[in-house]
Write a protein that binds this ligand. Structure first.
Ligand code: HEC
Length: 100
């Protein structure tokens, strides 16, 4: 019983950590470019993570974006249809492309 109590105490200790002063969580707004195909991005990409992951990559080539979409589908099991994948690829290439 005593052991259990100690384990519980250790597990809960982080919750008891005290912080002096006010903490402000920065609010980061990700500017999203609207345009043709954005619906598909919203429906297929934002279910798992924010748009930040996408625009933090900076401007990239079509090949890069195709690879990322593929990665999401293959490795992370994103349920994205071929049709939507193409629409998203076009959208990303147009708005976040580097001309390559
Ligand atoms: C099934 C969930 C899921 C969906 C849907 C999804 N992603 Fe991801 N994405 C992830 C995970 C998991 C990571 C990696 C997170 C990490 O490493 O912290 C990630 C990371 C990323 C990254 C960061 C770079 C990298 O290679 O890890 C980009 C860019 C990205 N996703 C783009 C997209 C795009 C574009 C779509 C829509 C076509 C999409 N994601 C849809 C799960 C998803």
């Amino acid at each position: 019983m005593k052991k259990l109590f100690i384990i519980a105490l250790i597990a809960l200790t982080p919750l008891m950590a005290q912080v002096k002063g006010k903490i402000e969580v920065p609010y980061i707004a990700f500017p999203i470019k609207m345009g043709k195909g954005f619906d598909a991005v919203q429906a297929n990409c934002l279910m798992c993570h924010s748009f930040g992951y996408i625009i933090n990559q900076g401007r990239q080539s079509r090949k890069f974006w195709r690879g990322k979409i593929e990665k999401m589908i293959v490795h992370f099991k994103a349920p994205i249809s071929d049709k939507d994948a193409k629409i998203i690829e076009d959208y990303l290439t147009e708005h976040y492309g580097n001309g390559k």
